[in-house]
Design a protein around this ligand. Structure first.
Ligand code: CP
Ligand code: NVA
Length: 314
């Protein structure tokens, strides 16, 4: 596997390797500080980022490489140069590319046209690097035996929901997405893909509109912002109303398992998708989760540049 373009391209063996290496980087961040020496990694983002950008730049630095951050319209891509031509130029100068943008198809094309590893740092449809950080954090809390545990995402059926369902399926977990019906439900094709993967891994995929039933007995309640980057502002009022029942409240947390945790990819809007007392409370693992954005991107860069990820047959 040359790139990480979509969560669904990872095999279980790849995820296990990445999580183990990330756990190791958490203990010893400078273990491989010459892995990328004399190498450069381009980080190109057409959407804002706090964590993914900082995690990526520091991960490259910890591996001994040089990050090159390129913002928004700085490239000629914004003035009509093709993705294929851009990919050839970046491949000529850099050793890997981390890209955050709107369309998944643009990231797929960059991967296909580049000779260097391309990593999806978030699109409208997926957020694979976030899920790696989430699962290192989950393992730190529950160990590797997740049998009988329920992993619940509540809120907008967006890129995070998709990645949550697919990664949960790869891990053989019982994953649930509780979202409104219709416009803000997860993409049906993604749910079908998650079910297909789960059928082989022993996982279970559940999509429901019932937030309380979902929260009951859960080990994890996970949520994300209700307005994602690029979402139409005109829909805000209608969307907030539709999502209100999915806010992670003290009441919902009280239905979960005794050792349950609260997770959020961040940024958060306290008082919207989560109550302040939950996200800032004793069950919240958000800071550790955010910390693992670096350890996992570091692991990903390390193994991808060494050609050590296998991927799934496509
Ligand atoms: N979770 C996450 O991707 O955060 P940023 O948007 O700040 O990168
Ligand atoms: N769903 C959010 C995730 C941010 C990390 C967005 O796409 O804006």
């Amino acid at each position: 596997m040359k790139d990480l373009l979509r969560t669904e391209h990872l095999s279980r063996a790849d995820v296990d390797l990445l999580l183990d290496t990330a756990a190791d980087f958490a203990k010893n961040p400078l273990r491989s500080n010459t892995a990328l020496s004399n190498k450069t990694v381009a980080i190109y983002m057409t959407k804002p980022s706090t964590r993914t950008r900082l995690a990526s730049e520091t991960a490259v630095a910890h591996l001994g490489g040089t990050p090159i951050f390129i913002r928004g319209d700085d490239l000629q891509l914004g003035r009509g140069e093709t993705i294929a031509d851009t990919a050839k130029i970046i491949s000529g100068f850099c050793d890997a590319l981390i890209i955050r943008t709107f369309k998944q198809s643009d990231v797929d094309e960059l991967g296909a046209e580049s000779s260097i590893p391309v990593i999806n740092g978030l699109t409208d449809d997926d957020h694979p690097t976030q899920l790696l950080a989430d699962w290192v954090t989950i393992r730190e809390n529950f160990g590797n035996d997740i049998k009988g545990r329920k992993f619940v995402y509540l809120g907008d059926g967006n890129n995070m929901t998709h990645a949550w369902l697919i990664m949960g399926a790869i891990m053989g977990a019982h994953v649930v997405a509780a979202t409104p019906d219709g416009k803000w439900a997860p993409d049906a094709a993604v749910v079908a893909k998650a079910k297909e993967i789960a059928a082989k891994s022993g996982g279970t995929i559940e999509v429901t509109t019932d937030a309380e039933a979902a929260a009951k007995g859960a080990s994890v309640l996970y949520t994300d912002v209700w307005m994602s980057m690029g979402d139409p502002e005109v829909e805000r009022t209608e969307k907030m109303k539709a999502l209100a029942p999915y806010a992670v409240t003290e009441n919902l947390m009280s239905l979960t398992e005794k050792d349950s945790i609260f997770m959020h990819c961040l940024p958060a809007h306290r008082g919207e998708e989560v109550e302040a007392s939950v996200i800032d409370g004793p069950k919240s693992v958000i800071w550790r989760e955010a910390y693992h954005r670096r350890t996992t991107i570091q692991a990903l860069l390390y193994h991808l540049t060494r050609g050590e990820l296998k991927g799934l047959p496509r």
